[in-house]
Design a protein around this ligand. Structure first.
Ligand code: THU
Length: 132
């Protein structure tokens, strides 16, 4: 699957976001190395800290389906923003747990432009190891 299709998948799924508080829908599309695409949306809560971002929803869904570290090829994130919408820091940390530093991350904006980064560029000096 090419990056345009993955970004389009993230854009489409955004419509399922549950965002009664922020009115800021986000969609994510995770491409697995076996070609599967798993989507996620942000799911908010009246207790705002209980909100789950789109990227984490996608990763957690993939893990629940049985995917493991090393199975992830790319992720696309879509929001209705002027600038490219980057994953929040908690989502970056969750991505770093399961995805390799050279995994591709596609950011997009409301103009359908695409910015391509590696996870390492998005999260340099990631904390990934408890061996001190
Ligand atoms: N949000 C995401 O889903 N992904 C991000 O990486 C940025 C933030 C959501 C969380 C919340 O529902 C809304 O956007 C506003 O912060």
């Amino acid at each position: 699957m090419n990056k345009e299709l993955l970004v389009e998948s993230a854009r489409q799924i955004k419509g399922n976001a549950y965002v009664p508080y922020s009115h800021f829908p986000v969609g994510a599309a995770l491409l697995l190395k076996d070609g599967e695409v798993i989507n996620g949306v942000n799911v908010e809560n009246v207790s705002l800290g209980a909100t789950n971002c789109a990227e984490r929803t996608a990763i957690f869904t993939a893990v629940a389906k049985g995917y493991k570290k090393g199975d992830f090829q790319a992720v696309a994130v879509s929001g209705d923003t002027e600038d490219f919408l980057p994953p929040c820091s908690i989502c970056r940390q969750v991505l770093a747990e399961f995805c390799s530093p050279d995994m591709l991350v596609y950011l997009t904006n409301r103009n359908k432009e695409i910015k391509e980064l590696t996870l390492k560029e998005l999260l340099p000096y990631a904390f990934t190891d408890l061996d001190m």
